[in-house]
Design a protein around this ligand. Structure first.
Ligand SMILES: Cc1cc2nc3c(=O)[nH]c(=O)nc-3n(C[C@H](O)[C@H](O)[C@H](O)COP(=O)(O)OP(=O)(O)OC[C@H]3O[C@@H](n4cnc5c(N)ncnc54)[C@H](O)[C@@H]3O)c2cc1C
Length: 381
């Protein structure tokens, strides 16, 4: 499918990142899955080559490119079946909070490390008691002199082991009447007293991703670590969640695309009843249907990304792209897995892992049901 989104420079960037994937990612993937996290070193290598925070200006240590380069990275990681190296989460979901809402001093302090890979970030919103209902978080940050004292627990936090700084959502106003206006965002350095990383969680998929719990016990942070205005956290999250949803949609389409391509190859090679299974009409029709879905998804996501890059604020479109593409990817990968027969149930087969990896896309970054709640509100139904 021709894609008008990218310039020749973007294609050059894609080639360079693809080489990085071949050299620095693919040889290590099996080991990363085994150890439950990527190597710390690969973050620095990615930073050194300008693959982190692609959109960040040079004055903060970034390469000064754009979000389309970020999109290329997300796609290439999906093409390589790498679901644990959370470059997109770090570069395009978490760091933008510091960039957009941090003051100059905070930007100077943290952004260069984020771009170089010296600082790996995590985002702590979800808690054991609440995920979808962010206004219901129970973690508190109580002002004490020039500090805030944070208490609470977070769970399902990506990069939970490797992170050096965590952007934490906490309640600074405990009045239930101010649930939305009472949330603030803090940068907590991993070496702060009172901050503890919990166990890496055992997940269905994303084997190389160090998703973990986090604990805050009288964790004292200076007021200088407050990002944006006190009480502005909910507004910041609502603003930044559009790009997060789009990032998930980008990964979903690329993942489905790769699995489908590999399945087409497999069905031409695998024989049953004396002929390749690609010669059965059932195979042909199901693969054609899958291709149509992937291409429709690709066209829509490219359109929304184009408008997002042009500066439009697209709540409805990003939400629809997130739920539709992740449902589609799950369906397409399930269809593909069936053509692998028993091999499609074996963990050494990428299609099997892709099936398990895809499931979470319908859950995180706001569940697909929450996406529909958002679109419903947009329609004023
Ligand atoms: C692998 C993984 C990585 C993650 N990474 C991070 C991370 O880095 N940082 C972070 O903060 N969080 C992270 N999360 C958490 C994720 O964002 C939440 O799990 C998700 O938002 C859902 O919240 P919940 O699990 O509390 O489910 P709940 O909110 O309890 O939802 C349970 C069910 O109820 C449905 N539901 C809830 N409200 C409504 C409603 N109003 N209408 C209809 N249905 C509704 C939901 O759709 C869902 O099906 C991660 C999760 C996973 C699994």
């Amino acid at each position: 499918m021709d894609r008008s989104l990218f310039t020749e420079e973007h294609q050059t960037f894609r080639t360079a990142f693809r080489q990085f994937v071949e050299r620095e990612i693919k040889p290590h993937q099996a080991r990363w899955r085994e150890q439950g996290q990527v190597d710390r070193e690969v973050w620095r290598k990615a930073g050194a080559q300008g693959f982190l925070c692609t959109w960040l200006e040079e004055k903060y240590g970034g390469p000064g490119a754009d979000f389309l380069c970020a999109m290329i990275i997300m796609e290439e990681l999906a093409y390589a079946y790498e679901s644990g190296f959370a470059m997109g989460l770090h570069s395009d979901i978490i760091v933008p909070y510091i960039y957009s809402f941090g003051n100059e001093e905070q930007k100077q302090k943290w952004l260069p490390g984020c771009a170089s890979g010296e600082l790996v970030t995590a985002l702590g919103m979800t808690e054991p008691g609440t995920g979808s209902d962010l206004a219901g978080i129970a973690t508190t940050a109580v002002k004490d002199g020039n500090d805030y004292v944070i208490n609470g627990q977070k769970t399902f936090i990506s990069n939970g082991q490797l992170c050096d700084i965590v952007l934490v959502a906490a309640k600074t106003d405990l009045d239930p009447a101010n649930a939305h206006r009472g949330i603030s965002m803090f940068v907590v350095e991993a070496n702060r007293k009172g901050f503890h990383k919990g166990q890496r969680l055992h997940k269905m998929g994303m084997a190389s991703q160090d998703t973990s719990e986090m604990f805050f016990e009288d964790c004292r942070v200076p007021a200088a670590n407050l990002i944006g205005a006190e009480g502005g956290g909910f507004m910041m999250m609502m603003q930044k969640l559009q790009q997060e949803r789009l990032a998930v949609a980008i990964g979903a389409v690329a993942g489905a695309e790769q699995v489908l391509a590999d399945t087409i190859t497999y069905t031409k090679e695998r024989k049953a009843f004396g002929k390749p299974i690609s010669k059965f009409q059932n195979t042909q029709f199901r693969l054609v249907e899958a291709l149509a879905k992937v291409e429709v998804g690709r066209a829509y996501v490219d359109k929304v990304v184009g408008e997002h890059v042009a500066g439009k604020y697209l709540v409805k479109e990003c939400s629809m792209a997130k739920f539709w593409t992740t449902d589609m990817a799950q369906e397409v990968i399930d269809t593909c897995l069936q053509f692998f027969g028993g091999y499609g149930y074996m963990l050494e087969y990428p299609v099997t892992r892709a099936f398990m990896d895809a499931r979470v896309q319908r859950i995180y970054a706001g569940t697909n049901e929450i996406m529909k709640v958002i679109v419903t509100k947009q329609l004023e139904l």
